[in-house]
Ligand binder design. Structure first.
Ligand code: T4K
Length: 398
């Protein structure tokens, strides 16, 4: 129990955690099974290029999501780039600015301009009305992001895309294992993209996947991710190297087999945070819709300084001093990062909700390395900070 401010590491006390607690610590799954798979792979001497593990991984994902095709690739960013190219997006594509920078870069990398749209503060996802107001004769598509695993307003975005004959795709990097109105994420738009980066609850070290119900798109994407090869010595399309390696798929399969266990741990942690923060009404925990399937991978706090009298950034400093490495995802918003900041210096004027969220959101550690006791201590630290309305200058007077 922390009783006095002077016990906080920020004010010179001992850090409450000896080891750093990170957001995005990888889940490992059954190590023996993983190592057996790696041994099999070595015995087979088949390390990449559509090996048996990749094929199995793709099939299991497609079956789990109830989607026709899954194309495993080397990371989520390449997956986005491939879909953007396969859908022949050009000129302008509307995306949120409140996302990881890869969403915007995947477009700009292909000299397509990301048009940053504001988000709904309740869902942190694209605000459909604002999307419609940004459509011009140059718009070729819309890319929604199911940030934190929170589904976009898929119905409104589909209606808008259909009405204006635009392509619709989703960056579902955070949303593997989540559903929307009973249907698994992965079934919406022309295609959806997952990231299986080490920090995701299902990981392949580095990796990603594209899922689609469109047969033609599937064929095109399979060619594109393998240099356009259709057979030995036969290239029929412009392509790149987007292949997932066998060792990644081995990790992915092992990860998938422990998926329910990872979700149980994340759900349990979410409820511990809910309990621990319940007596700090100034702070809200981003809610998970528990009537849907969810991966509970992100613990998101909204720190509104007007209510807490403590700034989000000071709270982060205090947590870091305790070895709780909380993060400010997705500060400061893509529009304030290069090259977009230079291209559109006034973009923030059209993004008031994004600007507010970028100042207020704080992400806390969860996953299989975080215990109930860790969460209880983290919540106590937050409680004492808010109860004392700590300001940067307080440190000098302690
Ligand atoms: N779209 C969206 C919406 C995304 O969020 C992402 C990725 C993408 C697209 C692109 O997908 P990928 O191409 O990455 O597959 C991290 C991840 O690198 C990134 O994959 C993820 N989103 C983003 C939300 O988070 P950083 O810059 O925060 O990474 P970093 O190195 O600070 O790692 C986060 C924390 O995880 C660290 O504090 C320590 C811990 N960690 C990390 C690794 C890699 C470990 O404990 N062990 C590890 O092996 O971006």
């Amino acid at each position: 129990m922390i009783n006095q401010l002077s016990e906080l590491a920020y004010f010179g006390g001992e850090p409450k955690f000896k080891e750093k607690l990170f957001v995005g610590r990888p889940n490992i799954g059954n190590r023996d099974i993983l190592l057996n798979r790696i041994n099999d792979m070595l015995d087979r001497r088949w390390l990449s290029n559509n090996g048996v593990f990749v094929q199995d991984f793709e099939q299991r994902i497609a079956d789990y999501l109830g989607v026709k095709h899954c194309i495993a690739v080397c990371n989520g960013t390449i997956a986005l780039e491939l879909v953007i190219r396969a859908l022949e997006l050009k000129e302008e594509v509307i995306i949120p600015s409140f996302t990881f920078i890869a969403t915007a870069h995947a477009l700009q990398w292909q000299e397509i301009t990301p048009i940053f749209c504001d988000v709904d503060p309740k869902t942190h996802t694209l605000d459909p009305e604002k999307v419609e107001s940004l459509i011009t004769p140059h718009t070729s598509g819309i890319m929604g992001v199911h940030v934190w695993g929170q589904p976009c307003d898929v119905e409104s975005l589909t209606e808008i895309a259909d009405k204006h004959q635009l392509k619709l795709m989703f960056d579902a990097s955070h949303a593997f294992g989540c559903s929307h109105q009973g249907k698994m994420i992965g079934n919406f738009g022309s295609a959806e993209v997952f990231s299986f980066h080490a920090t995701k609850f299902i990981n392949t070290f580095e990796g990603g996947a594209i899922v689609t119900n469109d047969d033609q798109l599937n064929q095109k994407l399979r060619l594109m991710k393998n240099f356009g090869f259709s057979d030995f010595d036969k290239v029929i399309y412009l392509g790149t190297n987007g292949k997932m390696s066998e060792i990644s798929a081995a990790m992915g399969l092992t990860s998938l087999e422990s998926m329910e266990e990872f979700i149980d741990v994340n759900r349990r942690n979410y409820h511990y945070y809910q309990e621990g923060l319940a007596n700090i009404p100034e702070i809200s925990l981003f809610p998970v819709n528990e009537s849907e399937k969810h991966n509970y991978q992100y613990i998101i706090l909204d720190i509104d300084e007007e209510k807490t009298q403590v700034s989000r950034d000071l709270l982060i400093k205090i947590l870091h001093a305790e070895n709780v490495i909380a993060r400010r995802y997705f500060y400061p918003g893509c529009h304030r990062m290069e090259p977009y900041r230079s291209y559109f210096p006034h973009a923030g004027l059209l993004l008031p909700e994004t600007e507010k969220l970028a100042q207020r959101v704080l992400v806390l550690p969860t996953g299989t390395t975080i215990s109930e006791d860790d969460i209880s201590k983290i919540c106590q630290i937050i409680q004492i900070v808010v109860a004392n309305e700590i300001k940067e200058t307080n440190r000098d007077s302690e």
